[in-house]
Design a binder for this molecule. Structure first.
Ligand code: AMP
Length: 504
């Protein structure tokens, strides 16, 4: 599916249909096409290197998507950056992608050589730049379409490069999850999180309306549910954590959200209790579980959760592979395991990312070509595939966690802690409550004896400059030393036992 062509067709056939609705305003298909064309024309005059990725900063507003589509129409990848990222992380990413310019749809102060094209400038361009005449500049199948940065264990985020071809292969399948029927999609995830690709691009591909939730709405459940009601949501796309949040309100039920007919989940384990509650509140709605990492374009499996699965299982399946994708488990020695035997899940096929941006070490570690010559990715997920191809996810094999749906490498937090003055060693553990991650706790060895409240506050404040707030540990604990392994690494197992931290 040629997504840019699809958008142009919807713009021609249904110009006044709303493509994106935000609380701050809406943009129709006609406007999205016209405005992204003007901005693309401007980008094409900036003498940027061919394919130069362009960061686009902001939260939920019409200019974000105008800029994303403009970048692609001008032949550039875009790098979505949400306001939940602190300025230092944005500067790091802008440095990595080495972009001479960044579109900032909301106020942004980064002091370096990157030119910030702020909202006033963007509005001025949209008003005065003539419409794009040359629509042949746009990205080709092997070009990078977007780069999404995810938490990296070294303390620096990793940029996953998704090509236009991978995105289109993904969309060929994702539209079938909703039987290609246009409707209203809920957009919950920030645009810097690849789950948002499911609702936004599947929505755009089908000429649907994308009804977008901003972070302020999450503070008021009644307002949030009324907002969804106003949008007449058909397709509820979210992490299970977000559904749990909604389920905490009695208003979240079929009689309030009458048009809601499909739940599409990805990003973390959908538990039986959550699925059962949804079944009770929305007896007619389909509940679809999907699975996949950002590195293989959003998700690569799906299954509709049946009553039989709910009555049988403790562990719901994540689904069967989409066409063009092959999933199998391997042992530690990389040998393929027979059906039903647990090992590391490998995902191979036509939506596997091109690799990590300017990060050959991690790319070589995680990506490879398998014996069928398919681009493959080592997920770090432990699970198995049944004889009938159904995939089951059990747990992670490393220190990556999901917290409120966000992917976090604990090493990312630990490395940022160790970079602070006076800290010689750091380990971070998730703390569990009722089987779910409730908060993060940091354990720190210092080369001074300041364990005051002010010191804890200082550490948290410093981290906040570098990491999104959901990655800043709630608890800071000081220790005199850590148990170490014989080869000089922190012995996480013994440390965990010592501090009695619960790790998933
Ligand atoms: P992300 O790149 O943020 O989408 O995170 C990918 C990781 O989330 C996967 O490698 C899994 O560990 C986890 N994940 C994604 N989907 C599911 C699912 N349906 N059930 C359990 N874990 C999931």
């Amino acid at each position: 599916m040629d997504i840019i062509r699809e958008i142009s067709i919807h713009a021609k056939e249904n110009p006044s249909r709303i493509a994106f609705h935000f609380r701050s305003g809406s943009i129709t298909y006609g406007e999205l096409w016209e405005k992204s064309g003007r901005l693309a024309a401007w980008i094409s005059k900036q003498s940027l290197a061919k394919g130069q990725p362009i960061p686009v900063y902001g939260h939920k507003n019409i200019y974000m998507w105008t800029a994303f589509i403009a970048c692609v129409r001008a032949g550039h990848a875009y790098v979505p950056m949400d306001t939940n990222m602190p300025a230092e992380r944005i500067r790091d990413i802008a440095c990595t992608v080495n972009s001479p310019l960044i579109f900032a749809t909301e106020p942004l102060n980064i002091l370096d050589t990157t030119e910030v094209i702020d909202l006033l400038r963007i509005k001025d361009i949209l008003q005065n730049e003539p419409a794009l005449v040359n629509d042949t500049l746009r990205n080709k199948k092997n070009d990078t379409h977007y780069i999404i940065f995810t938490s990296g264990s070294t303390g620096k985020p990793k940029g996953v490069m998704i090509t236009t071809g991978s995105l289109e292969n993904y969309l060929d399948w994702s539209v079938t999850l909703i039987n290609r029927k246009a409707g209203v999609f809920l957009n919950q995830a920030p645009f810097s999180f690849d789950l948002s690709v499911m609702d936004t691009y599947t929505g755009l591909a089908t000429g649907s309306t994308i009804w977008s939730v901003d972070h302020d709405l999450l503070r008021d459940m009644k307002m949030l549910i009324n907002y969804m009601k106003e949008g007449k949501i058909n397709y509820f796309v979210s992490t299970p954590s977000f559904a749990d949040l909604c389920l905490s309100s009695d208003l979240f039920c079929e009689s309030t959200l009458e048009e809601l007919n499909t739940f599409l989940f990805c990003g973390e384990t959908l538990t039986v209790p959550t699925a059962r509650k949804l079944r009770e509140r929305f007896p007619e709605a389909r509940i679809i579980n999907t699975y996949g990492p950002t590195e293989t374009t959003v998700c690569v499996t799906s299954t509709e959760i049946t009553d039989k699965m709910l009555s049988e299982g403790q562990n719901l399946p994540v689904g069967k592979a989409k066409p063009g994708t092959y999933i199998y488990a391997v042992a530690e020695n990389e040998e393929r395991l027979p059906a039903g035997v647990e090992g590391e899940l490998i995902i191979a096929g036509n939506t596997t990312a091109a690799g990590y941006y300017k990060n050959d070490t991690q790319t070589l570690k995680r990506f490879f070509t398998n014996s069928e010559r398919l681009k493959s990715y080592r997920t770090g997920d432990f699970g198995y595939v049944n004889e009938d191809g159904m995939v089951y996810y059990k747990c992670r094999m490393d220190n990556q966690i999901k917290f409120h749906g966000y992917r976090i490498e604990l090493g990312d937090i630990e490395n940022n802690l160790q970079a602070l003055n006076g800290i010689s060693n750091a380990a971070v553990f998730p703390e569990l409550k009722d089987g779910a991650i409730h908060s993060l706790a940091a354990y720190i060895v210092q080369n001074n004896d300041d364990t005051s409240y002010a010191r804890r506050k200082f550490i948290r404040d410093e981290l906040r400059k570098k990491l999104p707030s959901y990655m800043v540990p709630k608890k800071i604990n000081f220790m005199s030393e850590f148990p170490m392994t014989l080869n000089g690494k922190i012995d996480r197992k013994r440390l965990k036992e010592t501090v009695n931290a619960a790790v998933c």
